[in-house]
Design a protein around this ligand. Sequence first.
Ligand code: GDP
Ligand code: MG
Length: 163
Amino acid sequence: AKPIVAVVGRPNVGKSTFFNRIAGRRISIVEDTPGVTRDRIYAEVEWLRYQFTMIDTGGLEPASEEPIPRQMRNQAELAMEMADVIIFMVDGREGLTLQDREVADILRKNNKPVLLVLNKVDTSNQSEHFYDFYELGIGDPIEISSELSLGIGDLLDEVVKYF
Ligand code: GDP
Ligand code: MG
């Protein structure tokens, strides 16, 4: 089977934007409920002759009434079960938040590889919050801009090293 890469992180850090960049084009799933359009959550990706499946865990529980912290916990736990490599996304403009710490606490409980990705770094300057993220104990942050497609190739290079 192909390796699985899961994208986790609190709402609004840019998981769907990243995912749609990777998937190459914007494809939406239209649900049975009229007017409800969801982003795609699975993509087959090929990078440097490696093939893998990427999952946007933020899309796994679309109609959930559960509070956000519980949704994040479920998503992170699912990612730990399913994934071979986890991309933990945070917002490099907003900086480290309590919810980021909560996700990190879950991810640190397993021994799967986790790549800490600072999204929304839209310039060539390092995020002013860069060093704060070392507090999460996940390792060196990798900076990208999903909106501008910056740093994504370098990130995928790091991902496939774990296969
Ligand atoms: P999700 O909830 O984690 O899936 O986040 P979304 O992909 O829905 O993005 C949340 C918001 O952040 C949207 O307004 C995006 O346009 C914005 N966003 C995503 N990536 C970037 C980025 O690289 N730079 C900037 N400036 N905004 C971004
Ligand atoms: Mg999303």
